[in-house]
Design a protein around this ligand. Structure first.
Ligand code: S3P
Length: 448
């Protein structure tokens, strides 16, 4: 019997044009804002990954009517607020889902119990509970602010909250709670994080002001008592997902891959800048505006990469992309230094530790720091990466996809455990990579 896992084996070049799945951050928000709004929200290109499907189910549990009309086409009939769910709300693997929903729910007179899978139950919720508590919400949770937890919402008061960590999820939770707080809410972020909530709130009819403070921080304000109105949402392609086929092309000789319709919002696209600095032949064409955001087609051709020092202040704009950047760095000449990335330790897994362990198992020189990762790279062009490992992913989709991409270009095949978790953010990843020519198959099946 085949072992439960997936193996990537080096083969020929990767070639073709593909579309990235819908952006995960925007997909969650379109469902949540649709449920908070009055009237109909029509969504096109929704990511139908497990995380987002959990949010869709949660929105139905909070009283919205949520319907799938066709592939990626969803309709949400919002009731202008949340009502109390009849059962526990299970957000699966999704930190974005649970944290944004808690913020949205906190301003309504209801009691809701949230849980998730073992990864989500291990992640810190205090970062959201602290500001929501200051606004007047109450909760009871496991030690360390862990799920399962029960949140009691109600009348909220205003807050001016300076983010202690650069987190778009915390910012969004406070802004969503602020919509129903007397006096609204203000979030001050010293380092800019993805701005989808601000942009989308405006598209749903809310007033949101964004100012730069004297120290360079962003000050975002929503007034209280604002009503949202249903909207049309076109979800762009997810740059975090596009990164996998693009990096695979960069490190596999003879490859040329184009991913169409990728979101290029500057607060999300810093990986592409970093790869270009590494010497990647990465070209953006057909740049356009869609749904109020920048979108383009991104073409990657196999390139001789060189190591770089990634500016730490860039981290919030590519925080989910460091695992795949580390794979590119393994094939680059000279070291790549990634610092200021402590937030990676509280993602779906401790991504600094797992990326370091996976690379080391594949014969790549790597050094782990409390808030950083240094990948040694190669000492000359075309130096091979050994591969030949079975990588433990702790159920983390991005750790799995990153190491499979490594396996497509390494000397010996690389396997990952729990490949089913890839569907949380990138259903169709395996088929897409196979369509481009990548040799991915169940672990235990020998390559043809
Ligand atoms: C997200 C914010 C980021 C990111 C996550 C999606 C969002 O998390 O890692 O994948 O949609 O707001 P943090 O807010 O914890 O940085």
């Amino acid at each position: 019997m085949a072992a439960a896992g997936l193996t990537a084996t080096r083969g020929g070049p990767l070639r073709g044009r593909v579309r990235a799945p819908g952006d995960k951050s925007i997909s969650h928000r379109s469902l949540i804002l649709g449920a908070l709004a009055t009237g109909t929200t029509e969504i096109e290109g929704l990511l139908e990954g497990e995380d987002v499907k959990r949010t869709a189910a949660a929105m139905a549990a909070f009283g919205a009517q949520v319907e799938r009309l066709g592939e990626g086409r969803w309709r949400v009939q919002g009731r202008g607020g949340f009502s109390e769910p009849a059962d526990v709300v299970d957000c699966g693997n999704a930190g974005t889902g649970v944290r944004l929903i808690m913020g949205a729910a906190a301003g309504f007179p209801l009691c809701a119990t949230f849980t998730g899978d073992s990864s989500l139950r291990g992640r810190p919720m205090n970062r959201v509970l602290k500001p929501l508590g200051e606004m007047g919400a109450a909760w009871l949770c496991r030690t360390g602010g862990r799920l399962p937890l029960t949140l009691r919402g109600g009348d909220l008061k205003t807050i001016a909250y300076r983010l202690p960590e650069p987190s778009a999820q915390v910012k969004s939770a406070v802004l969503l709670a602020g919509l129903s707080a007397a006096g609204g809410a203000e979030v001050i972020e010293p380092e800019a994080t993805r701005d989808h909530t601000e942009r989308m709130l405006r598209a749903f009819g809310a007033e949101v002001s964004v100012e730069r403070a004297a120290d360079g921080a962003r000050r975002i304000r929503v007034a209280g008592g604002q009503k949202l109105t249903g909207a049309q949402v076109k979800v762009p392609g997810d740059p975090s997902s596009a990164a996998f086929p693009l990096v695979a092309a960069l490190i596999t000789p003879g490859s040329e891959v184009t991913v169409e319709g990728v979101l290029l919002n500057p607060l999300r696209a810093a990986l592409f800048t970093t790869l270009q600095e590494m010497g990647a032949d990465l070209v953006i064409s057909n740049a356009r505006e869609e749904g109020g955001d920048q979108v383009g087609d991104v073409t990657a051709r196999h390139s001789a990469l060189r190591g770089v020092v990634v500016p730490p202040e860039r981290a919030p704009a590519m925080i989910d992309e460091y695992p795949i950047l580390a794979i590119a760095a393994a094939f680059a000449e000279g070291p790549t230094v990634m610092r200021g990335i402590g937030e990676m330790r509280v993602k779906e897994s401790d991504r600094i530790a797992l990326t370091a362990a996976g690379l080391a198992a594949c014969g790549v020189g790597v050094e782990e720091e409390p808030e950083g990762l240094i990948v040694a790279g190669t000492s000359r062009g075309n130096h091979p990466v050994a591969g030949g490992a079975r990588v433990t992913t702790h159920g983390d989709h991005r750790i799995a996809m990153s190491h499979l991409v490594l396996g497509l270009a390494a000397e010996a095949p690389v396997s990952v455990d729990e490949p089913g978790m890839i569907a949380t953010s990138f259903p169709g990843f395996v088929e897409m990579m196979q369509g481009l020519g990548g040799d991915l198959r169940p672990a235990g099946l020998a390559p043809a």
